[in-house]
Design a protein around this ligand. Sequence first.
Ligand SMILES: [Zn+2]
Length: 206
Amino acid sequence: MLFAPHLSWRNEPLREALSARLRLPVVVENDANAAAWAEWRFGAGAGESQLVMVNLGTGIGGAVIRDGSVERGRYGMAGEFGHMTVVPGGHRCPCGNRGCWEQYSSGNALVREARELAAAESPVAQPLLERAGGDPFAITGPLVTEAAREGDPVAVELLQEIGHWLGLGIANLAAALDPGRFVIGGGVSAAGNCCSARPGRRTGGT
Ligand SMILES: [Zn+2]
């Protein structure tokens, strides 16, 4: 483990440490890489030789699969799309930079925007705030999604904003990588097509 933006691990010998304790062979893989490979083997990416996975969770993970292999790059860091700069000088990111994609299109981004609006005592955020028992810090991603499903216009707008940034990043990835298919996974993708009456799908191609 060379670097983890959300954990304090730097050059951490994770596999050796686990293997010594478990006394079993251990394979360590980046979660988005594992998800992409699984989607290519068994899921929404099956049959596609040029696949890009975008994992929308608290942040954004990503991976590129070419002809059945995970693209690793020179240092094993390929596919860290969440840390592409989309807003120079924008929101600070735990990776140390500013304006990373995941600061605008992720679960954390959704919650930050919703809490900011509620903390600003905006009357439009009142219904969201009431759902959270009056505490802006009790607003969570699933709470915003549920409000959007039930037609709260502010919750819908907050999710549309996430979707706007998601589309922008995916368009850039399409220009750079020319994939045959994108697969979107991760907790935030469970919102699916949340502003229609149909329930969302966790994973789907675009
Ligand atoms: Zn970052």
